[in-house]
Design a protein. Structure first.
Length: 399
């Protein structure tokens, strides 16, 4: 501090500059965001076969947050038969820790002072990057604002990349299954709606996709509802079953759902937001076995039934809300809200938001949810939700 006072040192974070004033001259020192610093192992480590160890790495920096550790190159990892992930680290007392996994069937020794990659500073804008390296998310498919709305490059986000893998549909692991209580009502049936030959082909194409994924199976049910196929602006089809007759025979589920006013009020005043959109959310929810025959649907070419919750069922929204509230647990009162197939995470600070993300993503991953990466927003400071634009200062109707 005395040195800074003597030379009249001025730090200007906005301009990323440090001004040093001596008696004869003024020196301008720019921040170097791209500086990469080599780091080494603190001591020798011995890792048993197929075991994981936490190792300490030393740096010339006494303490820092928002640093990114780029591990030793893949060639060196293959040579040593170890696995080390890149990731965000916090330096304390000139050291930080990382996990190392021994992939081999023999003991591996890592020598004292072994070069163990580099660390570099990450600004908030560069803190996030895409999961493109895993081939899961094409760059032009990401939705968001500026550079902060793409996915974290932290190890924790990579660990849950299966959340964004929608190549194979799967059901959520939950003890709660959708129930269709029709009492002693006799089965309801309806004839299939007339379709042209081309429309019949389009419908069958959609059914074939669902058959292949296991979402539907051929049926011998005494219940049936007709199919409607709507074409989206992007050329894809929305497969809808007209369940109006079934719904009229179903007892209503009174499970509470949040109002728009309640949701907006909870989001107001927070600075960081993440919106996770579930891929075909209803199709991820299981249905009670004895009720599957009730959601059978008919076309001019056959009879099928869903193995998962179908859109258009009267009690689908309360079931979905019940499942999500059960899975998210008490967190839903502090920093998470659920509305239909949207999960919103909200926080006051950037660091807090990362902690919240790292708490919610493992929960969703553990229960085998799948996210629609095209509609996800991560760590934004302006969120459009329920026809409103939300920031830390305002909640205004969307224009």
């Amino acid at each position: 501090m005395e040195w800074m006072n003597y030379y009249d040192v001025i730090i200007r974070p906005r301009h990323k500059q440090i001004h040093v004033h001596s008696r004869r001259q003024q020196t301008l020192i720019p921040f170097d965001d791209d500086l990469a610093i080599d780091v080494k192992l603190v001591q020798q480590y011995t890792i048993l076969p197929r075991e994981e160890a936490i190792v300490e790495i030393k740096t010339p920096i006494i303490a820092a947050k928002h640093l990114y550790h780029e591990a030793i190159n893949k060639q060196m990892q293959e040579q040593k038969r170890i696995s080390v992930s890149d990731g965000l680290i916090v330096v304390n007392e000139y050291k930080f820790k990382v996990k190392v996994y021994n992939l081999s069937t023999s003991t591996v020794t890592l020598q004292h002072n072994m070069h163990f990659g580099t660390i570099s500073r990450l600004s908030v804008n560069t803190y996030f990057s895409t999961m493109m390296e895993q081939g899961k998310i094409p760059a032009n498919d990401l939705t968001g604002q500026e550079n902060q709305t793409v996915f974290c490059k932290t190890t924790s986000i990579k660990d849950y990349s299966s959340l964004f893998d929608t190549t194979t549909p799967r059901k959520v692991i939950t003890p709660i299954h959708h129930v269709i209580d029709t009492g002693d009502h006799s089965p309801v049936t309806a004839r299939p709606y007339f379709k042209t030959i081309q429309q019949r082909k389009d419908i069958q194409n959609e059914i074939d996709k669902m058959l292949k994924s296991g979402m539907v199976v051929p049926s011998h049910s005494s219940w049936s509802s007709p199919v409607i196929l709507l074409k989206k602006p992007n050329g894809e089809f929305r497969f809808i079953v007209d369940y109006r007759k079934l719904n009229s025979s179903t007892k209503k589920d009174a499970y509470p759902q949040p109002t728009t006013e309640e949701l907006l009020q909870r989001l107001g005043g927070h600075k960081w937001f993440t919106k996770l959109d579930l891929k075909s959310g209803y199709f991820q929810i299981p249905i009670q076995d004895q009720d599957k025959e009730k959601i059978a649907f008919c076309t001019q070419d056959g009879l099928y039934q869903f193995e998962v919750l179908s859109m258009g069922l009267m009690n689908a929204p309360p079931t979905f809300q019940r499942v999500m509230n059960n899975i998210i647990g008490y967190n839903r009162w502090d920093y998470v809200l659920i509305y239909l197939d949207d999960t919103i995470i909200f926080s006051d600070t950037f660091e807090q938001h990362l902690q919240h993300l790292n708490q919610i993503l493992p929960i969703l991953n553990q229960h085998q949810f799948q996210l629609n990466y095209k509609k996800c927003l991560i760590a934004v400071q302006q969120l459009e939700f329920l026809s409103h634009v939300i920031t830390s200062d305002t909640i205004e109707p969307s224009k």
